[in-house]
Design a binder for this molecule. Structure first.
Ligand code: CUA
Length: 318
Protein backbone atom coordinates (compact mmCIF):
# COMPACT_ATOMS: atom_id res chain seq x y z
CA UNK A 1 0.00 0.00 0.00
CA UNK A 2 2.85 2.36 0.63
CA UNK A 3 5.29 1.64 -2.15
CA UNK A 4 6.73 5.04 -3.00
CA UNK A 5 7.20 3.96 -6.62
CA UNK A 6 3.62 2.88 -7.17
CA UNK A 7 1.98 5.99 -8.64
CA UNK A 8 -1.78 6.30 -8.25
CA UNK A 9 -2.14 9.47 -10.28
CA UNK A 10 -0.59 11.50 -13.10
CA UNK A 11 1.68 13.67 -10.93
CA UNK A 12 3.31 10.77 -9.12
CA UNK A 13 3.59 8.91 -12.45
CA UNK A 14 5.57 11.79 -13.97
CA UNK A 15 7.90 11.85 -10.99
CA UNK A 16 8.30 8.07 -11.03
CA UNK A 17 9.25 8.18 -14.74
CA UNK A 18 11.94 10.76 -14.01
CA UNK A 19 13.12 8.69 -11.04
CA UNK A 20 13.50 5.53 -13.13
CA UNK A 21 15.24 7.40 -15.94
CA UNK A 22 17.73 8.90 -13.47
CA UNK A 23 18.27 5.55 -11.80
CA UNK A 24 19.00 3.70 -15.06
CA UNK A 25 21.31 6.41 -16.40
CA UNK A 26 23.25 6.37 -13.13
CA UNK A 27 23.38 2.55 -13.10
CA UNK A 28 24.69 2.57 -16.67
CA UNK A 29 27.36 5.16 -15.87
CA UNK A 30 28.39 3.33 -12.72
CA UNK A 31 28.70 -0.03 -14.46
CA UNK A 32 30.69 1.50 -17.36
CA UNK A 33 33.05 3.38 -15.05
CA UNK A 34 33.66 0.30 -12.91
CA UNK A 35 34.24 -1.86 -16.01
CA UNK A 36 36.77 0.62 -17.41
CA UNK A 37 38.48 0.93 -14.05
CA UNK A 38 38.81 -2.87 -13.86
CA UNK A 39 40.03 -3.05 -17.42
CA UNK A 40 42.71 -0.36 -16.90
CA UNK A 41 43.91 -2.02 -13.68
CA UNK A 42 44.11 -5.35 -15.47
CA UNK A 43 46.15 -4.05 -18.43
CA UNK A 44 48.56 -1.92 -16.38
CA UNK A 45 52.04 -3.48 -16.74
CA UNK A 46 53.19 -5.23 -13.58
CA UNK A 47 56.41 -3.93 -12.04
CA UNK A 48 58.59 -4.37 -8.93
CA UNK A 49 61.35 -2.34 -7.25
CA UNK A 50 63.84 -3.49 -9.92
CA UNK A 51 61.81 -2.03 -12.82
CA UNK A 52 63.39 1.22 -14.08
CA UNK A 53 61.04 4.26 -14.02
CA UNK A 54 59.38 5.34 -17.28
CA UNK A 55 60.54 8.92 -17.82
CA UNK A 56 60.55 9.19 -21.60
CA UNK A 57 57.46 11.08 -22.92
CA UNK A 58 55.06 8.72 -24.71
CA UNK A 59 53.54 11.05 -27.29
CA UNK A 60 51.11 8.49 -28.75
CA UNK A 61 49.89 7.40 -25.28
CA UNK A 62 49.39 11.02 -24.18
CA UNK A 63 47.35 11.81 -27.28
CA UNK A 64 45.16 8.74 -26.73
CA UNK A 65 44.69 9.75 -23.10
CA UNK A 66 43.68 13.28 -24.15
CA UNK A 67 41.09 11.84 -26.50
CA UNK A 68 39.58 9.48 -23.96
CA UNK A 69 39.32 12.26 -21.36
CA UNK A 70 37.62 14.48 -23.96
CA UNK A 71 35.17 11.76 -24.95
CA UNK A 72 34.46 11.04 -21.26
CA UNK A 73 33.68 14.71 -20.58
CA UNK A 74 31.46 14.90 -23.66
CA UNK A 75 29.44 11.82 -22.68
CA UNK A 76 29.07 12.97 -19.07
CA UNK A 77 27.93 16.44 -20.15
CA UNK A 78 25.41 15.00 -22.60
CA UNK A 79 23.95 12.69 -19.95
CA UNK A 80 23.78 15.50 -17.36
CA UNK A 81 22.14 17.91 -19.80
CA UNK A 82 19.75 15.13 -20.79
CA UNK A 83 18.74 14.58 -17.16
CA UNK A 84 18.38 18.33 -16.68
CA UNK A 85 16.05 18.57 -19.69
CA UNK A 86 14.04 15.57 -18.45
CA UNK A 87 13.65 17.17 -15.04
CA UNK A 88 12.56 20.53 -16.50
CA UNK A 89 10.03 18.75 -18.72
CA UNK A 90 8.71 16.81 -15.72
CA UNK A 91 8.31 20.03 -13.77
CA UNK A 92 6.40 21.56 -16.70
CA UNK A 93 4.12 18.54 -16.93
CA UNK A 94 3.40 18.70 -13.19
CA UNK A 95 2.40 22.36 -13.48
CA UNK A 96 0.16 21.65 -16.45
CA UNK A 97 -2.17 19.15 -14.82
CA UNK A 98 -5.69 20.41 -15.58
CA UNK A 99 -7.61 21.59 -12.53
CA UNK A 100 -11.10 22.12 -13.95
CA UNK A 101 -13.80 21.51 -11.37
CA UNK A 102 -11.09 20.91 -8.76
CA UNK A 103 -11.83 20.08 -5.18
CA UNK A 104 -10.58 22.93 -2.96
CA UNK A 105 -8.96 21.77 0.28
CA UNK A 106 -6.83 23.69 2.74
CA UNK A 107 -4.30 21.79 4.81
CA UNK A 108 -2.64 23.47 7.76
CA UNK A 109 0.30 21.76 9.41
CA UNK A 110 0.63 21.99 13.18
CA UNK A 111 3.14 20.39 15.54
CA UNK A 112 2.31 17.45 15.08
CA UNK A 113 -0.93 17.02 13.18
CA UNK A 114 -2.77 18.11 10.05
CA UNK A 115 -5.86 20.29 9.94
CA UNK A 116 -7.92 19.71 6.81
CA UNK A 117 -10.62 22.17 5.71
CA UNK A 118 -12.90 21.37 2.77
CA UNK A 119 -13.75 24.73 1.24
CA UNK A 120 -17.01 25.45 -0.50
CA UNK A 121 -18.49 28.60 -2.05
CA UNK A 122 -21.38 28.18 0.40
CA UNK A 123 -19.94 28.87 3.87
CA UNK A 124 -22.34 26.48 5.61
CA UNK A 125 -20.95 23.63 3.54
CA UNK A 126 -17.35 24.15 4.69
CA UNK A 127 -16.19 21.53 7.15
CA UNK A 128 -13.04 20.66 9.05
CA UNK A 129 -11.40 17.37 9.82
CA UNK A 130 -7.92 16.23 10.79
CA UNK A 131 -5.16 13.86 9.76
CA UNK A 132 -7.28 12.47 6.97
CA UNK A 133 -7.75 13.58 3.38
CA UNK A 134 -10.63 11.98 1.48
CA UNK A 135 -10.52 12.65 -2.24
CA UNK A 136 -12.72 11.55 -5.14
CA UNK A 137 -11.07 9.35 -7.76
CA UNK A 138 -10.57 11.07 -11.12
CA UNK A 139 -11.20 14.62 -9.90
CA UNK A 140 -8.32 17.06 -9.50
CA UNK A 141 -7.64 18.38 -6.03
CA UNK A 142 -5.96 21.69 -5.33
CA UNK A 143 -4.53 21.60 -1.83
CA UNK A 144 -3.60 24.94 -0.30
CA UNK A 145 -0.81 24.43 2.21
CA UNK A 146 -0.11 26.54 5.26
CA UNK A 147 1.92 26.05 8.43
CA UNK A 148 0.92 27.21 11.85
CA UNK A 149 4.22 27.06 13.73
CA UNK A 150 7.35 25.73 12.02
CA UNK A 151 8.21 24.39 8.57
CA UNK A 152 6.62 21.07 7.68
CA UNK A 153 6.42 19.23 4.38
CA UNK A 154 3.39 17.58 2.79
CA UNK A 155 4.21 14.29 1.11
CA UNK A 156 1.92 11.65 -0.34
CA UNK A 157 4.39 9.63 -2.41
CA UNK A 158 1.72 7.78 -4.38
CA UNK A 159 0.18 11.05 -5.56
CA UNK A 160 2.89 13.72 -5.75
CA UNK A 161 6.29 14.86 -4.57
CA UNK A 162 7.01 16.85 -1.44
CA UNK A 163 5.87 20.41 -0.86
CA UNK A 164 7.03 22.52 2.06
CA UNK A 165 4.60 24.35 4.32
CA UNK A 166 6.25 27.53 5.51
CA UNK A 167 4.74 29.77 8.21
CA UNK A 168 3.43 33.00 6.70
CA UNK A 169 3.45 31.66 3.14
CA UNK A 170 0.79 29.93 1.10
CA UNK A 171 1.71 27.12 -1.26
CA UNK A 172 -0.50 24.95 -3.41
CA UNK A 173 -0.14 21.44 -4.73
CA UNK A 174 -2.27 19.88 -7.46
CA UNK A 175 -2.93 16.21 -7.42
CA UNK A 176 -5.31 13.59 -8.69
CA UNK A 177 -5.86 9.96 -7.83
CA UNK A 178 -6.82 7.80 -10.78
CA UNK A 179 -7.60 4.70 -8.78
CA UNK A 180 -9.18 4.14 -5.40
CA UNK A 181 -6.89 3.31 -2.52
CA UNK A 182 -5.54 4.30 0.84
CA UNK A 183 -2.24 6.11 0.71
CA UNK A 184 0.04 7.28 3.43
CA UNK A 185 0.88 10.92 3.83
CA UNK A 186 3.95 11.97 5.76
CA UNK A 187 5.51 15.10 7.13
CA UNK A 188 8.79 15.21 5.24
CA UNK A 189 10.55 18.09 6.95
CA UNK A 190 11.97 17.78 10.45
CA UNK A 191 9.63 19.81 12.64
CA UNK A 192 10.31 18.75 16.21
CA UNK A 193 10.16 15.82 18.59
CA UNK A 194 7.24 14.05 16.93
CA UNK A 195 8.13 14.70 13.30
CA UNK A 196 8.34 10.97 12.68
CA UNK A 197 4.77 10.51 13.91
CA UNK A 198 3.17 13.27 11.91
CA UNK A 199 1.32 11.16 9.39
CA UNK A 200 -2.04 11.36 7.67
CA UNK A 201 -4.25 9.04 5.67
CA UNK A 202 -5.24 9.83 2.11
CA UNK A 203 -8.29 7.89 1.04
CA UNK A 204 -9.24 8.00 -2.64
CA UNK A 205 -12.80 6.78 -3.20
CA UNK A 206 -15.35 6.72 -6.03
CA UNK A 207 -17.20 10.04 -6.46
CA UNK A 208 -20.49 8.77 -5.01
CA UNK A 209 -18.75 7.46 -1.90
CA UNK A 210 -16.93 10.76 -1.61
CA UNK A 211 -20.25 12.62 -1.79
CA UNK A 212 -21.75 10.52 1.00
CA UNK A 213 -18.59 10.95 3.08
CA UNK A 214 -18.72 14.75 2.76
CA UNK A 215 -22.44 14.76 3.65
CA UNK A 216 -21.67 12.77 6.80
CA UNK A 217 -18.74 15.03 7.71
CA UNK A 218 -20.86 18.18 7.32
CA UNK A 219 -23.39 16.97 9.85
CA UNK A 220 -22.93 18.22 13.41
CA UNK A 221 -22.27 15.59 16.04
CA UNK A 222 -25.35 13.54 16.90
CA UNK A 223 -26.72 13.63 20.45
CA UNK A 224 -25.39 10.65 22.39
CA UNK A 225 -28.11 8.11 23.06
CA UNK A 226 -27.08 6.32 26.22
CA UNK A 227 -26.36 7.65 29.67
CA UNK A 228 -22.62 6.87 29.70
CA UNK A 229 -22.02 8.75 26.47
CA UNK A 230 -24.12 11.66 27.72
CA UNK A 231 -22.00 11.81 30.82
CA UNK A 232 -18.93 11.66 28.59
CA UNK A 233 -20.17 14.70 26.70
CA UNK A 234 -20.70 16.59 29.97
CA UNK A 235 -17.14 15.75 30.96
CA UNK A 236 -15.83 16.87 27.59
CA UNK A 237 -17.70 20.18 27.77
CA UNK A 238 -16.93 20.94 31.39
CA UNK A 239 -13.32 19.79 31.44
CA UNK A 240 -10.22 20.87 29.63
CA UNK A 241 -10.93 19.03 26.32
CA UNK A 242 -12.99 21.89 24.93
CA UNK A 243 -10.18 24.38 25.52
CA UNK A 244 -8.40 22.96 22.46
CA UNK A 245 -10.84 20.78 20.51
CA UNK A 246 -14.03 21.49 18.60
CA UNK A 247 -17.11 19.31 18.22
CA UNK A 248 -19.67 20.85 15.88
CA UNK A 249 -23.14 20.91 17.39
CA UNK A 250 -21.78 21.51 20.89
CA UNK A 251 -20.25 24.54 22.61
CA UNK A 252 -16.74 23.19 22.00
CA UNK A 253 -15.26 25.19 19.14
CA UNK A 254 -11.56 25.67 19.88
CA UNK A 255 -9.09 25.29 17.02
CA UNK A 256 -5.83 24.47 18.82
CA UNK A 257 -6.18 20.74 18.25
CA UNK A 258 -7.95 18.37 15.86
CA UNK A 259 -11.68 18.84 15.27
CA UNK A 260 -13.36 15.82 16.85
CA UNK A 261 -16.84 16.12 15.33
CA UNK A 262 -16.40 12.82 13.49
CA UNK A 263 -13.32 11.43 15.20
CA UNK A 264 -14.82 7.93 15.43
CA UNK A 265 -14.98 7.74 11.63
CA UNK A 266 -11.21 8.02 11.28
CA UNK A 267 -8.85 5.08 10.95
CA UNK A 268 -6.13 6.47 13.19
CA UNK A 269 -5.60 8.68 16.22
CA UNK A 270 -2.81 11.12 17.05
CA UNK A 271 -1.74 11.71 13.42
CA UNK A 272 -1.24 8.09 12.48
CA UNK A 273 0.38 7.11 15.77
CA UNK A 274 -2.43 4.82 16.97
CA UNK A 275 -5.16 2.71 15.43
CA UNK A 276 -8.52 4.16 16.37
CA UNK A 277 -9.78 1.76 19.02
CA UNK A 278 -11.43 2.52 22.39
CA UNK A 279 -8.36 1.14 24.20
CA UNK A 280 -5.98 3.31 22.20
CA UNK A 281 -8.20 6.35 22.71
CA UNK A 282 -8.25 5.79 26.48
CA UNK A 283 -4.46 5.40 26.50
CA UNK A 284 -4.07 8.54 24.43
CA UNK A 285 -6.27 10.64 26.75
CA UNK A 286 -4.47 9.51 29.88
CA UNK A 287 -0.90 9.35 28.62
CA UNK A 288 -0.31 11.39 25.48
CA UNK A 289 3.19 12.34 26.64
CA UNK A 290 4.11 8.67 26.98
CA UNK A 291 2.81 7.88 23.49
CA UNK A 292 4.08 11.00 21.73
CA UNK A 293 6.58 12.83 23.95
CA UNK A 294 6.57 16.54 23.24
CA UNK A 295 3.04 16.66 21.83
CA UNK A 296 0.82 19.58 22.88
CA UNK A 297 -1.88 17.37 24.36
CA UNK A 298 -1.59 17.40 28.16
CA UNK A 299 -1.92 14.38 30.41
CA UNK A 300 -5.40 13.93 31.92
CA UNK A 301 -6.12 12.41 35.29
CA UNK A 302 -9.58 10.88 35.16
CA UNK A 303 -11.40 8.45 37.38
CA UNK A 304 -11.84 5.09 35.64
CA UNK A 305 -15.59 5.48 35.05
CA UNK A 306 -15.14 9.05 33.83
CA UNK A 307 -12.60 7.84 31.30
CA UNK A 308 -14.95 5.08 30.16
CA UNK A 309 -17.74 7.63 29.74
CA UNK A 310 -15.51 10.01 27.78
CA UNK A 311 -14.30 7.23 25.48
CA UNK A 312 -17.90 6.07 25.02
CA UNK A 313 -18.93 9.58 24.01
CA UNK A 314 -16.05 10.05 21.56
CA UNK A 315 -16.91 6.62 20.13
CA UNK A 316 -20.37 7.92 19.16
CA UNK A 317 -18.84 10.66 16.99
CA UNK A 318 -19.05 8.69 13.75
CU1 CUA B 1 5.75 18.21 10.66
CU2 CUA B 1 7.79 17.03 10.35
Amino acid sequence: MNDVLDPAGPQAAQIADLWWLTLWVCVLVFVLVMAMLGWSLWRTPRSDEGTPPEVAPAAAGERRLGWSVGVGIAISSLLLVGLLVASVLTDRALALMPVDNALDVRVTAHQFWWEVVYNDPAPDRVFTTANELYIPVGRPVVVTLEADDVIHSFWVPNLHGKKDLIPGRIATIRLRADRPGEFWGRCAEYCGLQHAFMAFDVVAVAPDRFASWTEAQRRPAADPGDAAAQRGRELFLSGSCMLCHAIQGTTANARKAPDLTHVASRAHLAAGRLDNTPQALAAWITDPQGIKPGVNMPTHFLAADDLTALVAYLGTLK
